[in-house]
Write a protein that binds this ligand. Structure first.
Ligand code: NAD
Length: 370
């Protein structure tokens, strides 16, 4: 049995706890069958934490997250808390964790599994086999740059201000994550900017190029303007393997890429911090979907994105590639066998709820590991 791996599990609100229950079964399965043990702690975040602790993410939760090897996050928010002032919103729970843990690199895969190719809005021949990864810088850029705000001028008219700013160090550290990823995949990286019209974009392009030349000469780097990338994603997405973008462009392009797959309930994500001297890094894994209040409590949510987030956790935080692949294969096999939750239903498939989907994945895991 390998040493304990410490996980902090934060199910959050809405469907978060429902889909996390299925992940806990996968974690238990791993402990039983794969000679690895996890020490799992659970905590509150988002609306659940607001109700119980008066804050969307308590100091204690932040400390526990820092002490953990990895954080598995559900989703936060819902109509119950919609009327609260901005500084008490459940969504601040995830923002605080990202800031406190220094999670600057958001990894969002957009994958089209063969059984779900018809869920895409694009033609099957354009999207079949799509497997791309977007690396989005997530703690800098225009969402955080100063000055920002709304001010009223002497003429009584208001002005809204946001500032896009990137330092060299911020670009270097996220570029390294993207280059490393590309090196482990097809060796191709596309870096996105608007160097034609933005000074921060000029710096972005220059610094990414320097990192590539100095540290990753084996990776083929190309640069693309963000507007062109949006067009290319919508028309010929398979030309990409790893895409690197700043916060704003990464936000838009990763949503577009996710929409191409047509399956919000299927997509995981990871957000990583910088490695320390021992190579240990803070990391948080979560599905890209929200708390889906419209279906919460009905037992029909798709648990796959949350389960695949756990697979990403195994790969990125523990280097457990084989186990991560096992989970991904189990999910794919269940879908190929024709079981579907409501969000990914197609003609000729059988509709199942959250826990039956979870059980089916466990059964496939049993078969694959036999
Ligand atoms: P959402 O992702 O929660 O839901 C969008 C649609 O997709 C809904 O119809 C929902 O039923 C469906 N859906 C989402 N996940 C699904 C799943 N696993 N299985 C089946 N169907 C699924 O987005 P929204 O409705 O815009 O937001 C709802 C709440 O979630 C809001 O309070 C929002 O702020 C919050 N939110 C949180 C996060 C996060 O926690 N990181 C991310 C996005 C939205």
């Amino acid at each position: 049995m390998t040493a304990n791996k410490k996980l902090l599990v934060l199910p959050g609100d809405g469907i978060g706890p429902e889909v996390m229950r299925e992940v806990r079964r996968v974690v238990d399965w791993m402990s039983r069958r794969r000679s690895v043990s996890f020490q799992v702690e659970e905590g509150l975040v988002g609306g659940a934490a607001l109700d119980a602790e008066g804050t969307p993410c308590s100091d204690e939760t932040v400390e526990r997250a820092k002490a953990a090897d990895a954080v598995l996050f559900g989703s936060v928010g819902g109509p119950k808390w919609d009327g609260l002032p901005f500084d008490r919103r459940p969504e601040l729970g995830i923002l605080r964790l990202r800031q406190e843990l220094g999670l600057f690199a958001n990894l969002r895969p957009a994958t089209v599994l063969d059984p779900l190719v018809s869920a895409s809005s694009l033609k099957p021949e354009v999207v079949r086999g799509l497997d791309l990864m977007i690396v989005r810088e997530s703690t800098g850029g225009i969402y955080f740059g100063e000055p920002r705000g709304i001010e009223t001028g002497a003429d009584g008219k208001r002005r809204g201000i946001d500032t896009e700013v990137y330092t060299e160090d911020e670009i270097v550290r996220v570029a390294r994550v993207a280059f490393e990823l590309a090196r482990g995949r097809s060796g191709k990286l596309t870096s996105i900017d608007k160097a034609n019209v933005m000074q921060s974009g000029r710096l972005w392009r220059a610094v990414v190029g320097e990192v590539g030349k100095a540290e990753f000469p084996d990776v083929q780097l190309s640069n693309m303007y963000a507007d062109n990338c949006a067009m290319q994603l919508a028309s010929n997405p398979r030309q990409f393997d790893v895409i690197l973008a700043g916060n704003l462009f990464g936000d838009l392009l990763s949503d577009l890429a996710a929409a191409l797959t047509g399956s919000l309930g299927m997509l995981p994500s990871a957000t990583l911090g910088a490695p320390d001297a021992a190579g240990r890094r803070h990391a948080l894994y979560e599905p890209i979907h929200g708390s889906a209040p419209d279906i919460a409590g009905k037992g029909i949510a798709n648990p796959c994105a949350q389960i695949l987030s756990f697979a990403m956790l195994l790969r990125w935080s523990f280097g457990m590639e084989e186990d991560a692949r096992l989970i991904e294969q189990a999910v794919e096999k269940v879908l190929a066998g024709g079981l579907r939750t409501a969000d990914i239903m197609a003609a000729g498939t059988a509709r199942v709820g959250t826990s039956v989907m979870g059980e089916a994945i466990l059964r496939e895991l049993d078969k694959l590991a036999a």
